[in-house]
Design a protein around this ligand. Structure first.
Ligand SMILES: CC(C)(COP(=O)(O)OP(=O)(O)OC[C@H]1O[C@@H](n2cnc3c(N)ncnc32)[C@H](O)[C@@H]1OP(=O)(O)O)[C@@H](O)C(=O)NCCC(=O)NCCS
Length: 147
């Protein structure tokens, strides 16, 4: 597996990854939000293996100095094969290389919360149905040192 920066011609594949994870992990109305995000994604990356795009995800430094992991997702048929863990490790490596983040946070649904807990995140808040009906917004923070 390799990770590389997102390019404009990755757009449709990334939108397809999201469609495949909808409505289980994303609300249908989030697709337009993700499409708009991809117009100017900042630090955003794709994971490939043998020329196939398997995952995408990024991060952004927020005004409070924390890094926020954003729009991380794996091709639905390829869940539970270690790809999400690889994407996470690589994003953490890039955040460390950047060197400006004081902490790492993310917002996910109740369905991906256990995945991030296993990686060392703790829940700092839950907004019931914060994303959409049936999809809670779970705020999480990485408890370990960033560097
Ligand atoms: C969350 C997500 C990125 C995890 O990716 P993945 O490639 O399936 O994860 P991995 O295979 O690296 O899993 C690592 C471990 O976590 C476990 N795990 C993965 N997803 C899990 C889940 N939803 N609940 C509980 N455990 C989970 C795996 O079983 C694995 O355990 P093991 O080490 O004992 O084998 C993936 O489910 C996904 O893309 N979800 C849709 C998008 C999403 O919700 N993104 C969240 C941020 S917006």
């Amino acid at each position: 597996m390799d990770i590389r920066p997102y390019q404009a011609d990755d757009r449709e594949l990334c939108l397809d990854i999201m469609r495949g994870n909808t409505p289980e992990f994303f609300a249908p109305e989030e697709l337009a939000e993700f499409a708009e995000f991809l117009d100017d994604p900042g630090e955003y990356f794709v994971v490939e293996e043998d020329g196939r795009t398997l995952a995408c995800g990024g991060w952004a430094i927020k005004p409070d100095g924390t890094a926020s992991l954003c729009w991380g997702m794996v091709v639905h048929t390829h869940h539970r094969r270690g790809i999400g863990s690889y994407l996470f490790r690589e994003r953490m490596r890039l955040i460390r290389e950047d060197g400006t983040a004081s902490a790492v946070k993310l917002v996910t649904s109740q369905h991906s919360r256990p995945f991030y807990e296993r990686l060392g995140f703790t829940v700092t808040g839950i907004r019931p149905e914060g994303f959409a009906p049936g999809l809670d917004a779970v705020d999480m923070r990485w408890d370990r040192p960033v560097s």
